[in-house]
Design a protein around this ligand. Structure first.
Ligand code: UDX
Length: 447
């Protein structure tokens, strides 16, 4: 009989995972403790912007015309326990308030709610990003609190999806990593992932700590690449070099690779910043902090980029205070194709200038509602053209395709001064300069 799957936590990761499991042909039940979230998903709606996710959901959510009916939602732990063979834990693990460490309370409470209902054989699979050592502790908890005892097993299967590509990353993962203790868990997970594996995704079986560490080290490496190129941008800026050319040239070396070498205002979002901090905190607890001291520098280079963008803006306006200056900001989300503004470098820069007296107007294709919610005192516009109207300087801070397709001539007619600061190194300097703009980007020549 085909496996039945449940997904506990239907936020970003869980909603995508649940829909993808239904797409792979499984009967799926998603659970969330927030009833409004469940109501939204039952209507086939997605509470965030993620390309392709709503279509995928609507293809499977029970009760929607023409759907496969394989995907259902509930708020009841007893129901998911009775329904599923494999239970994926997809709750979030945010940074703790005023601490670097990761907040495990959602994972712990999800497991505490599920375990007492597990009366027969079950596999609980953690997908959340957790400090190394968590899986072992959670496995002991499960064995103690599930009536099924040792028949209720735990496995760790980190998730590597990127926002904006969540559906594709979930259906066609680069690799599938499973931390298991026994053959049964491995066998079940091979069954779950049979389709992506048949299509070529490598399936890597390992122990709990390695599986947990694969995720944190992958994110730390990506963060390291970005801060490395931003450090090179600082040197290029001082020496009169061009960091974009430098990145292109070093990227031709396969060992370095072209990706994640775009200099600018740095990384943000709900994962990279908090994951490297939690990794440092955990390494400290383990007495291995010396090994990761460089991550502190990665974090600080990253945060410094935001301040440098503010200073570049000040210089472009002639130096001195921002008071009375009109600053247009294109971009609010932490990256394109996402409405997520968590730890967004764009919004941080906009906020700093606003708090120093600048008159800031922000436009983002999808992130406006979230930005307004967390930063209601900024000015917001309904389009890029409206945002730049009368601006003394235009900041390009999230590299949406819509911004790359802007016509510099048309935009130029709206501004008080044709000055563009590209915080993402994503626009073509030649095109903008030919249209009479002063184009500046961090780590690139001024003309
Ligand atoms: C990241 C990891 O990529 C993913 O594997 C993991 O599962 C979750 O964390 P995500 O947070 O969606 O995914 O964003 P990502 O695409 O990695 O970008 C992170 C940030 O880095 C963005 O703010 C982006 O603008 C910035 N970035 C990326 C750069 O500044 N330069 C680059 O060259 C690449």
């Amino acid at each position: 009989m085909a496996l039945k799957i449940t997904v506990i936590g239907t936020g970003y990761l869980g909603a995508t995972h649940a829909a993808a499991m239904a797409e792979l042909g499984f009967e799926v039940m998603g659970l969330d403790v927030v009833p409004e979230k469940i109501e939204t998903l039952r209507r086939g709606e997605v509470p965030m912007y993620e390309p392709g996710l709503e279509e995928l959901l609507r293809r499977h959510v029970a009760g929607i015309d023409g759907s496969s009916g394989r995907l259902r939602f509930t708020t009841d732990f007893a129901e998911v326990a009775a329904f599923g063979d494999v239970h994926f834990l997809c709750v979030n693990t945010p940074q703790k308030h005023l601490e670097y460490a990761c907040d495990m309370s959602h994972v712990e409470s999800a497991l505490a709610s599920l375990a007492p209902h597990l009366h027969g054989p079950a596999l609980v699979v953690g997908k959340s990003t957790v400090p190394v050592g968590s899986a072992e502790r959670l496995a002991a908890y499960l064995a103690e609190h599930a009536p099924a005892g040792d028949d209720a097993e735990l496995a760790w299967n980190p998730e590597f999806l990127r926002e904006g590509f969540a559906v594709d990353d979930t259906l066609h993962p680069d690799r599938i990593v499973v931390g298991v203790r026994g053959e049964r868990a491995e066998k079940l997970l091979r069954e779950v992932y049979a389709t992506p594996v048949a299509e070529g995704s490598p399936f890597i079986v390992t122990d709990f700590p390695t599986a947990e560490l694969v995720k944190t080290s992958a994110n730390s490496f990506l963060a390291t690449k970005i801060s490395f190129i931003n450090a090179m941008a600082e040197v290029c800026e001082a020496a009169g070099g061009d960091v974009a050319k430098l990145a292109e040239a070093i990227g031709h070396d396969d060992r370095i690779g072209k990706k994640f070498l775009r200099a600018g205002i740095g990384f943000g979002g709900g994962c990279l910043p908090k994951d490297i901090r939690a990794f440092m905190a955990r390494a400290g607890e383990l007495g291995a902090d010396q090994a990761l001291t460089f991550l502190r520098e990665i974090d600080s280079i990253n945060m410094r980029q935001r301040g440098q963008m503010v200073e570049l803006t000040r210089q472009a306006l002639g130096g001195g205070p921002f008071l009375g200056k009109r600053v247009a900001v294109l971009g609010a989300s932490f990256k394109p194709d996402s409405d997520d503004v968590r730890d967004s470098p764009a919004l941080n820069v906009a906020g700093q200038i606003h708090l120093q007296g600048g008159q800031v107007t922000v436009y983002d294709p999808k992130g406006m509602d979230n930005a307004r919610r967390i930063f209601p005192t900024l000015g917001y516009a309904g389009s890029a053209l409206e945002a730049v109207r009368g601006a003394d300087v235009v900041l390009h801070l999230t590299e949406w395709r819509e911004f790359r397709e802007l016509d510099p001539e048309e935009l130029g007619r709206e501004v008080a001064a044709r000055v563009l600061l590209d915080g993402r190194n994503a626009l073509d300097p030649g095109v903008w300069r030919r249209a009479g703009w002063t184009y500046r980007a961090m780590g690139r020549p001024t003309a």
